[in-house]
Design a protein around this ligand. Structure first.
Ligand SMILES: Cc1cc2nc3c(=O)[nH]c(=O)nc-3n(C[C@H](O)[C@H](O)[C@H](O)COP(=O)(O)O)c2cc1C
Length: 228
């Protein structure tokens, strides 16, 4: 990376990115956000279909959305999701990864495993977009095939890395996909739009314990094989 300092290159942004769940009260200017989305759209996609739509929800509409989500979740309301995310049941090997990620989060927060109320308090923050200055809902047209979800995922990761490069932080919020009808109704989205996930984006709150959460990755040999 000629001309760039060592900490300013893509490998560093990839290493430094982590899910950020507490944000400083500092606005993200709209032109900066728009630039990040234009960069994210440079992601490749099959036949260059560029699937997916990003909605930045703000003001009174964001307030209505978070209130509706928090209320639905607190009441134990259930909707069927627009698409299946995880295998059901989760095989034991994957369950171990899920538990390790949860443990990383709750130990950063000093919330004990048996502290249900503490874990619920953290989970509820998903529905407030972790109070990030930018709250996004990401959708895809229902008619798209599952390959298009892969394309959209690349664009989402592109957005995360573009944000990281600008000193911003992010967290994808799959929890939102539990309430697709509520989200469509509140945001007046057409029924053709499947709710994929949410995204929090903003400047990290540096001293927040939750932002010390770090997760491990599987060793290379678990997911890479040279054949022939
Ligand atoms: C599509 C997607 C949905 C996610 N949904 C949530 C969520 O609802 N709540 C949350 O706290 N983290 C969520 N995460 C963050 C993951 O838990 C996190 O990416 C994973 O544990 C790896 O940690 P890292 O992002 O810090 O590297 C989501 C991540 C992705 C990619």
């Amino acid at each position: 990376m000629a001309g760039l300092r060592a900490h300013e290159g893509l490998p560093d942004w990839m290493d430094a990115r982590h899910s950020t769940r507490a944000y400083a009260p500092r606005e993200v200017p709209l032109p900066l956000l728009q630039n990040l989305l234009v960069q994210a759209r440079r992601a490749p996609s099959g036949a260059n279909l560029q699937p997916g739509h990003f909605y930045a929800v703000q003001g009174e509409m964001r307030q209505r959305l978070t209130t509706a989500l928090e209320t639905a979740w607190a009441a134990g309301a259930q909707e069927s999701e627009d698409y299946p995310y995880f295998p059901r049941p989760l095989p034991l090997s994957l369950r171990r990864r899920q538990v390790a990620a949860a443990q990383a989060l709750y130990s950063a927060l000093a919330v004990a495993r048996e502290d249900r109320a503490g874990r619920d308090r953290q989970f509820a923050r998903n529905f407030r977009f972790f109070d990030a200055p930018v709250a996004m809902v990401i959708t895809i047209d229902r008619s798209m095939g599952s390959g298009c979800y892969m394309d959209l995922g690349m664009a989402i990761y592109g957005l995360m890395l573009a944000a990281q490069a600008q000193g911003l932080a992010t967290c994808a919020i799959g929890a939102l996909a539990s309430y697709p009808e509520l989200i469509r109704r509140t945001l007046a989205l057409p029924d053709s739009q499947a709710v994929v996930c949410g995204l929090a984006l903003g400047y990290a709150q540096a001293d927040a314990p939750v932002n010390r959460t770090r997760t491990e990755r599987s060793p290379l040999a678990d997911f890479f094989t040279v054949l022939g």
